[in-house]
Design a protein around this ligand. Structure first.
Ligand SMILES: NC(=O)C1=CN([C@@H]2O[C@H](COP(=O)(O)OP(=O)(O)OC[C@H]3O[C@@H](n4cnc5c(N)ncnc54)[C@H](O)[C@@H]3O)[C@@H](O)[C@H]2O)C=CC1
Ligand SMILES: O=C([O-])CC(=O)C(=O)O
Length: 329
């Protein structure tokens, strides 16, 4: 399995590359960034794990060399937030970065699983899809917006209420998008069931929705979540790779183009959003099936979902429009 990290020298890229270098499922790891890949690559190359590592800069066809032969491409390239910014404020710069990298995937590794971390995910995933569609290489089953950090946060924050020793043992679906009120945790659907006292529910939901802001504020100008994101990004990438190798029964929420995924059409109709994060079963060819968990939401969660739909639709159209009507330079 050849894995590529695009944006490998960054705050997320470095620890994510470390985790992938240590992963026994990875035979080859290519690091791509516009800066510092020689140093990061040299450093990681001393780790005595299976993965053979190569690093590339844009010069000398670096992107092409990194992407050629890739089975999975993880993209954490782009600028992060500073206090006072929304994820949408990152659009202006990150939209073009994701567009360029996904164009590279269309040309050099059209069959790879593509995992988009760069924000705003609600718009960068539609951008990626439009780029791939234009190139005639779009496979909705293999394009994923990484929303795993919202799931990881939900597990962690619920643990502070339930006291469960291993938070990852509680499965909590988090659906919708990846910013503020578009993030909707469905605590009513947790397995095993969790009991959240009524007077704690609003604060818990708010903390999951604005968990990113909590980190941005604490970092005080030095960026946003990087280490927890690398953990979450790795967790999702590992699931995709395990499914690719034939392991069955792997389900994880991820932000996808639903009409292209089995079971997705009815969710797109119910939500009015073509892109939405729902629990998706993964298989060798990527997404096998999207689960319509929206219909199981309770009344409290249905209200959250109404707000989610509103915000998400605008973010999605903004991404589609960026590719259809490129901004004048
Ligand atoms: N999906 C999610 O849950 C999360 C997403 N993020 C997003 O991830 C992105 C990266 O965050 P950080 O790693 O903290 O930022 P960072 O600034 O530390 O790293 C970004 C890296 O991307 C590189 N880069 C820029 N343009 C590039 C290009 N055209 N090709 C290849 N590499 C390029 C930069 O040189 C830098 O090394 C941000 O957009 C952030 O908002 C962050 C946390 C969670
Ligand atoms: O908040 C941010 O800008 C980074 C992010 O997406 C997260 O931590 O969930």
């Amino acid at each position: 399995m050849k894995a590529v990290v695009a944006g490998a020298s960054g705050g997320i890229g470095q620890p994510l590359s470390l985790l992938l270098k240590a992963c026994p499922l990875v035979d080859k790891l290519a690091l791509y960034d516009v800066v510092n890949t020689p140093g990061v690559t040299a450093d990681l190359s001393h780790i005595s794990s299976i993965a053979q590592i190569e690093g590339y800069l844009p010069a000398d066809d670096g992107m092409k060399k990194a992407l050629t032969g890739a089975d999975i491409v993880v993209i954490p390239a782009g600028i992060p937030r500073k206090p006072g910014m929304t994820r949408d404020d990152l659009f202006k710069i990150n939209a073009g970065i994701v567009q360029g990298l996904v164009q590279g995937c269309a040309e050099h590794c059209p069959d790879a699983y593509i995992l988009v971390i760069s924000n705003p995910v609600n718009s960068t995933v539609p951008i990626a899809a439009e780029v791939l569609k234009k190139a005639g290489k779009f496979n909705a089953k293999k394009l994923f917006g990484v929303t795993t950090l919202d799931v990881v946060r939900s597990e962690t924050f619920v643990q502070s209420i339930t006291g469960e020793r291993d938070p990852s043992k509680t499965v909590i679906p988090v659906i919708g998008g990846h910013s503020g009120e578009t993030i909707v945790p469905l605590f009513s659907q947790a397995k095993p069931a969790v009991k959240i006292p009524e007077d704690k529910l609003d604060a818990l939901v708010n903390r999951v929705q604005f968990g990113g802001d909590e980190v941005v504020k604490a970092k005080d100008g030095a960026g946003s979540a990087t280490l927890s994101m690398a953990y979450a990004g790795y967790r999702f990438a590992e699931k995709v790779m395990k499914a690719a190798k034939g392991e069955s029964g792997i389900i994880e929420p991820t932000f996808m183009y639903l009409p292209g995924v089995p079971g997705g059409d009815e969710i797109a109709k119910a939500t009015g959003c073509e892109y939405f994060s729902v629990p998706v079963e993964l298989g060798k060819e990527g997404a096998l099936k999207a689960t319509n968990i929206v219909k199981d939401a309770n009344d409290y969660e249905k209200k959250l979902l109404e707000k989610c739909y509103e915000g998400l639709k605008g973010n999605i159209s903004k991404g589609i429009d960026f590719v259809a009507n490129p901004p004048q330079k």
